[in-house]
Design a protein around this ligand. Structure first.
Ligand code: ATP
Ligand code: MG
Length: 454
């Protein structure tokens, strides 16, 4: 391994060496370095206390948070460096006022409290020759380098104990596995299975954060498989767990998978990289278990999108989705059954756009692509392609008075009117004419029409 560090890192390291203190690059930064990735989070650890760090670094240093982490300007345009004194425990999730007594005495103690072997390595900076780290500079007490090579997420120490200490680590294991395309090592996996219930103790915001990171990751499908296999899904998305094993094969129907597997396959094939759209695709059929019925030998799920949207709303509330995300999730699930027959009127297509929201139309189509591919159909059909063209076509027409190429001021200027309800009435009249295609939504045309009202 031969990497050249930015000069800012070497200068930082020199400051600590000069004052007889140790400084190490730590955690995810070392992991990323060893994987040949660009480092975004420059995290360091040292034996110096927070006060000493401030003294060593001078006036540019500042307390970063209430846990004694010190911030210091990093390379131009990058995130600031974060320097933390050795710790003995993962105090950052609960402990609000760590004091000197919480500080660890050694690097070893600090590494021992970290979650996974690949996250528990340090790189000694003090003795770097010309800024080029060599293998001798790596402190790897738990076989992190071997696990990196084997692509394994393995808990540091006894996994069960580590998950009892901090239940968030179980979601982190799945999340990091999905980001890196790694496997969870067997004993660690089994410990998650045993202790998944403790996830209920984790704040829902944190659970949502990890869930969204899984959705945004490179391997979201594998991530959801891990959630299912470890039992974490039963804890955080029990509604989705219920879709597994709900059969939908029926004579004359195209379905090849049970509902849960179809949901997973839809996610796998969803072309969007937006975590919320991916999540909507994952849960789009979540209303099916409740609406399952067999009528004359045919399996049906009438109104599953209505029930599904209600469930989506509950999930969003439970996991504290931001309002905008909750709203989008609801709409994507609620209207995912849209039909694309060739004999729909423009009005019907415009109604669809209004319901879904213009900003969500693209995402709705991404969900449909995932749905089709994840159900064994081809990516698209001529009907769907026609429908897409018509979506574009009908959007050339304005949806409301706000979309008209003239506004209230134009009306007042042209017709010498004072502000008042009359102005709105005239705009509405214009809008109706445009909607009925009597006149085009073009400024000159509309101004001419206005003049004719005189
Ligand atoms: P990324 O920043 O890419 O999400 P990361 O591994 O850097 O991944 P952070 O949340 O930034 O994750 O945490 C930095 C380091 O702190 C981790 O590499 C790990 O060593 C340690 N860490 C974070 N959270 C925990 C935890 N819950 N328990 C134990 N150690 C943790
Ligand atoms: Mg990090």
């Amino acid at each position: 391994m031969l990497v050249t560090f930015p000069p800012e890192v070497l200068e930082l390291s020199e400051k600590f060496t000069n004052s007889a203190h140790e400084l190490y690059l730590i955690g995810g930064a070392v992991r990323d370095l060893l994987m040949g990735k660009t480092i975004y989070d420059w995290d360091f650890t040292t034996d110096a206390t927070p006060e000493e760090i401030l003294q060593i670094l001078g006036p540019d240093a500042y307390y970063n948070n209430t846990f004694g982490t010190v911030g210091y300007p990093g390379p131009e345009g990058e995130r600031p460096f974060e320097i933390t004194t050795y710790r003995t425990e993962a105090g950052y999730s609960d402990a609000r006022h760590p004091d000197e007594l919480n500080w660890g005495k050694s690097l070893e103690e600090d590494l021992t409290r970290r979650d996974f072997t690949i996250n528990a390595m340090a790189l000694r900076l003090a003795s770097l020759a010309q800024g080029k780290p060599t293998d001798q500079n790596i402190i790897d007490l738990f076989g992190g380098q071997l696990d990196l090579k084997a692509k394994l997420i393995r808990a540091v120490g006894d996994p069960a104990e580590r998950f009892r200490e901090d239940a968030l680590r179980m979601m982190r294991a799945v999340r990091i596995a999905s980001e890196l395309g790694f496997t969870i090592e067997e004993a660690t996996f089994n410990a998650i299975k045993m202790h998944s219930g403790a996830t209920q103790k984790v704040s829902r915001e944190r659970v949502r954060e990890e869930l969204f990171k899984i959705m945004a990751s490179r391997y979201p499908y594998e991530g959801v498989l891990l959630l299912h296999g470890t039992g974490l899904m039963d804890e955080i998305l029990p509604e989705l767990s219920k879709t597994f094993g709900v059969e939908q094969k029926s004579p004359g129907r195209h379905h090849i998978y049970d509902v849960g597997t179809h949901c997973l396959m839809a996610l796998k094939n969803c072309p969007s990289s937006d975590p919320l759209v991916r999540f909507a695709t994952l849960i789009h059929d979540i209303g099916k278990p409740q609406t399952f019925a067999i009528k004359e030998g045919i399996t049906t799920f009438y109104n599953h999108e209505v029930i599904g949207a209600r469930i989506a709303k509950n999930i969003a509330a439970r996991l504290r989705f931001p309002k905008k995300d909750a709203d989008r999730l609801f709409k994507l699930v609620r209207w995912h059954q849209f039909t694309v027959t060739e004999n729909q009127t423009d009005k019907a297509i415009r109604r669809f756009i209004t319901k879904v929201g213009r900003d969500n139309v693209e995402d709705m189509l991404a969900l449909r692509t995932g749905d089709r591919l994840g159900g064994g159909s081809s990516e698209t059909s001529w009907r769907l392609e026609e429908f897409k063209k018509r979506l574009v076509e009908v959007q050339k027409q304005p949806f409301s008075v706000q979309d008209l190429k003239v506004n209230g001021k134009d009306v007042m200027d042209t017709l010498s009117l004072k502000p008042g309800p009359k102005v709105g009435e005239i705009l509405n009249e214009l809008f109706k004419k445009v909607e009925e295609k009597e006149v085009d939504n073009e400024r000159e045309v509309l101004l001419a029409k206005l003049r004719s009202f005189n």
